[in-house]
Design a binder for this molecule. Structure first.
Ligand code: F6P
Length: 367
């Protein structure tokens, strides 16, 4: 690696970890431009999330590296789901090679970093928190299409995925109508149903199923049959990938996994399509939107949020306020202790106004 400029006031590492999403490059640009232009700092780009700090894969980022990336999808740094604390030896091991956390700490020192800036979801910010507890200076940024990070009102990536998912629902509407079919669309969201709930409302979904509200197939069947009887022969069912039935919700995690392994369908969307056909006899088709939700250019709203959060992180870096995650709170950008995103997943509260909004326009929430 080339030597770090002597004139630089601070040197920081920057990485993107977990699943990618639109807005990551806009955030990298926000952090690096402000850090470079305003505070004369040097950025070291770590490749492939935390893995780059284990494999010693990094490079100094020059202004040319973070030029022209505002609108680009994915991440110029690469990403991985490396979780260094997961495989950590329980006992102290004399073989340091085995301990990824020790390798990360060693490389942090080798690079002479003043701080490590991590862009990611729950897992990434939790790892950042654990590294901070190990003595590293860490700053976090909240990204994910799932919008499920505690401590921020919104994550960047969510708004872009919402637009993509809504357009997909709009496009399914025409075929649903032409063929008088029930169309299922499965969206991402393993533990939290924010994306399915928002896209379902934006796209006028007739049924919305989210992990937070276990569904009753009989209630869904009744709702769809009522629609048919009232002359609306088609329906749109928006399903989060983590949706589950009332029966599954009563199982523990292990039982549920076993139960799901027994079903031959590739995912929940297909399973619900089969259940609806069996329950109602209505012709049903499933579409799984998949990684399309995470790809392509960020929406204008995500660009603004990612840039604001990125520049706010650079400011904290300049002030030496570490151990924090930058966050959107109402109309302002602030920050929270990194302990906050490590507390768990921000799920949709049962009394969230959007659930009431959906029910008020006649949408069935699965019960
Ligand atoms: O965390 C974002 C997310 O898109 C989830 O909604 C989804 O469950 C998961 O990533 C898929 O991850 P992977 O890229 O590992 O398949």
């Amino acid at each position: 690696m080339a030597a770090v400029e002597q004139s630089a006031t601070k040197t920081f590492g920057i990485l993107t970890a977990g699943g990618d999403c639109p807005g990551l490059n806009a955030a990298i640009r926000g952090v690096c431009r402000a850090a470079h232009d305003r505070y004369n700092m040097t950025a070291v780009g770590i490749a492939n999330g935390y893995r780059g700090l284990i494999d010693e894969d990094w490079r100094i980022l020059r202004p040319v590296d973070f030029m022209g990336i505002l609108t680009r999808g994915g991440t110029i740094l690469g990403a991985s789901r490396e979780k260094p604390f997961k495989a950590r030896p329980k006992e102290y091991s004399s073989d340091i090679e085995e301990d990824k956390v020790e390798l990360i700490k060693e490389n942090y020192r080798k690079l002479n970093l003043d701080c490590l800036v991590v862009l990611g979801g729950n897992g990434t910010n939790t790892t950042g928190y654990l590294l901070a507890k190990e003595g590293l200076n860490v700053l976090g940024l909240p990204k994910t299409i799932d919008n499920d990070i505690i401590g921020t009102d919104r994550t960047f990536g969510f708004h872009s995925a919402l637009s993509i998912a809504t357009e997909a629902i709009d496009r399914l509407h025409s075929t649903a109508q032409s063929h008088n079919r029930v169309m299922i669309i499965e969206l991402m969201g393993h533990k939290a149903g924010w994306l399915a709930l928002y896209a379902g409302i934006a796209g006028g979904g007739d049924v919305i199923l989210i992990p937070e509200i276990p569904y009753d197939i009989k209630a869904i069947g009744r709702h769809l049959e009522k629609r048919t009887q009232s002359g609306r022969g088609f329906s749109i069912v928006v399903v989060a990938e983590g949706a589950m039935s009332i029966e599954e919700a009563a199982m523990d995690k292990k039982e549920r996994k076993k139960y799901r392994e027994q079903t031959v369908v590739p995912s929940i969307g297909y399973r619900i399509a089969g259940e609806i056909e069996a329950e109602t006899g209505l012709e049903t088709r499933a579409t799984v939107l998949g990684y399309v939700q995470r790809g392509g250019i960020p929406s204008a709203s995500d660009r603004v949020l990612a840039t604001s959060l990125g520049t706010a992180a650079a400011k904290l870096l300049a002030k030496g306020e570490y151990g924090r995650m930058v966050a959107l709170k109402g109309e302002s950008i602030s920050s929270v202790d990194l302990r906050v995103p490590a507390e768990g997943v921000k799920t949709v509260p049962q009394d969230h106004y959007m659930i009431d909004t959906a029910i008020s326009v006649g949408t069935c929430m699965g019960v």
